[in-house]
Ligand binder design. Structure first.
Ligand SMILES: [Zn+2]
Length: 313
C-alpha cells in the first residue's frame, strides 16, 4: 500500500492543476490561430462555397492516410458541410461527401468571385473597393506613427499611416484647430492580418452573407492602404456613427479636407457607386490635385477614374 504524505498530495494536486491550465491555454491558442489564419476562412463552413486553388484529392477521412474518393481540378466549386478539424474540411462535391485539405481552397461567393487584384498597390491615388483588392501580402513600406491625438492612448498600428498621409493629416488637424475645430483620430492603418481576423470574427458571429454587407472582405478595406483614417470630433462622441454627419466637425471636413489632399471617400447618395453607406468620418488621402477635383465636383474616386478614362481616350 502506498501512503502519500500531505506534502506529496499537495504537489500532485499542483501538478494536475498546472496540466489542466496548460491544456486550457493551448485550446485557446489553437482556436485563435484558426480565427486569425490567413488561409480560407473555416469559421462559416455551413454557409460558404470554396474554390480549389490546385488539383485536389477528396478523401474518405481528414488526413492523407485516408483513401482518395476522387480528384477535383483547380478552380472547382466545393461546399463545406462542417467546420474544419486540423486543417481538413468536410465538403460535398457533385453529390459526393468527403474531406479536403483546407490549404488548397479559398472562399468563393458571388460577392468575391469577380474581384481584381490591384497591380500598383503603392500608388497614392490607388482605387481600392469591393471589386479591386490589394494583393494578399501587401504591406506599405513607409508606414509611420501619426503625430495627431487619437480617441485612445495605446501605440498600435491603428495610429499609423504612410509618410505623406501622416504629414497631411497632421496639417489638417492643425488647420482645423486654428479655426476652432477639434478632431481626434479613431482608426487609421489596419494590416491585412487584422482585417482578416476581424472579418473572420464577424463571420463566426453573424454568418458570411451578413458580414459581407458591413465589413470589407480582407484586401478590399481602404484602411489596409495606410492612406485612410476615420476621425471624430474632439469630444469623442459619434465616433464612426451616423450622428457624426450632423456635427460642425463634419461640416468643416466637407469644406476643407481637399486642401490637405483628402476626400470624404463615401459621400451621401453615392452608395451604389462606392458600395458603402455615407461615412462622413472616413477620410482618404489621394493628393491635393485629385482631392480638389473630386470634392469640388462632388464625385467619388470611382467616378473620377471613369471620367479620367473617358477624358484620355
Ligand atoms: Zn474607415
Amino acid at each position: 500500500m502506498v501512503e502519500f504524505s500531505k506534502e506529496m498530495l499537495n504537489k500532485k494536486i499542483l501538478l494536475m492543476s498546472c496540466t489542466f491550465t496548460i491544456l486550457f491555454i493551448s485550446l485557446i491558442v489553437i482556436n485563435n490561430v484558426n480565427i486569425k489564419g490567413l488561409g480560407p476562412n473555416i469559421a462559416h463552413a455551413d454557409t460558404v462555397s470554396y474554390t480549389t486553388t490546385a488539383n485536389l484529392n477528396i478523401r474518405t477521412g481528414p488526413s492523407t492516410t485516408n483513401k482518395i474518393i476522387t480528384t477535383v481540378t483547380k478552380g472547382s466549386q466545393l461546399t463545406a458541410t462542417e467546420k474544419a478539424t486540423d486543417g481538413w474540411l468536410k465538403i460535398s462535391y457533385k453529390g459526393q461527401t468527403g474531406y479536403v485539405s483546407s490549404k488548397y481552397i479559398k472562399v468563393s461567393s458571388a460577392a468575391t468571385d469577380d474581384i481584381q487584384v490591384i497591380a500598383q498597390p503603392e500608388s497614392i491615388p490607388v482605387l481600392v473597393n469591393k471589386k479591386n483588392k490589394l494583393p494578399d501580402h501587401y504591406v506599405p513600406d513607409d508606414l509611420v506613427y501619426t503625430t495627431i491625438p487619437f480617441t485612445f492612448k495605446e501605440k498600435t498600428e491603428k495610429k499609423k499611416m504612410r509618410t505623406e498621409a501622416a504629414s497631411a493629416i497632421a496639417d489638417l488637424f492643425k488647420g482645423a484647430k486654428k479655426q476652432g475645430v477639434s478632431l481626434l483620430g479613431v482608426s487609421a492603418y489596419r494590416s491585412h492580418a487584422t482585417q482578416t481576423s476581424l472579418f473572420n470574427y464577424y463571420v463566426k458571429r453573424d454568418g458570411y452573407d451578413k458580414t459581407i454587407t458591413y465589413s470589407a472582405f480582407p484586401g478590399t478595406s481602404e484602411h489596409e492602404t495606410g492612406l485612410t483614417i476615420d476621425v471624430t470630433g474632439g469630444d469623442g462622441k459619434c465616433a464612426a456613427e451616423d450622428c457624426f454627419g450632423d456635427t460642425t466637425e463634419a461640416a468643416w471636413l466637407q469644406e476643407n479636407v481637399a486642401d490637405y489632399g483628402f476626400i470624404i471617400r463615401y459621400p451621401k447618395g453615392k452608395e451604389d457607386i462606392t458600395g458603402y453607406k455615407y461615412e462622413p468620418w472616413h477620410l482618404r488621402f489621394v493628393g491635393k490635385e485629385i482631392a480638389q477635383t473630386i470634392m469640388s465636383e462632388g464625385i467619388t474616386l470611382e467616378e473620377y477614374y471613369d471620367a479620367k478614362r473617358v477624358a484620355t481616350k
